[in-house]
Write a protein that binds this ligand. Structure first.
Ligand SMILES: [Zn+2]
Length: 89
């Protein structure tokens, strides 16, 4: 019987580790956050910090994508100009 408890705890812990607590219920009076996916009670401050990190990471990804697009456009324009100069000569 104790083996079943150990297994169920391991599964619960794994489920919690994989969950990013993206869907939450906020108890304003109790000042708690409960994840709708894994039913964990989440520390509100940690949840806010995690969302801030996610936002910073998403902003970094967008900035990197913009840099990549700008470089691709610059290369395409440079290639277009080289072709145009080649036609003139
Ligand atoms: Zn969760």
């Amino acid at each position: 019987m104790s083996e079943c408890r150990i297994i169920s705890l391991a599964i619960a812990r794994k489920k919690h580790e994989c969950c990013h607590h993206e869907l939450i219920d906020i108890d304003l009076q109790g000042r708690t956050i409960t994840c709708r996916i894994c039913n964990s009670i989440v520390d509100p401050f940690e949840w806010i910090v995690e969302r801030a990190r996610d936002e910073a990471f998403a902003k970094w990804q967008v900035d990197e994508h913009k840099k990549y697009l700008a470089e691709a456009r610059r290369k395409a324009e440079s290639a277009r100009l080289r072709r145009a100069v080649g036609r003139v000569r």
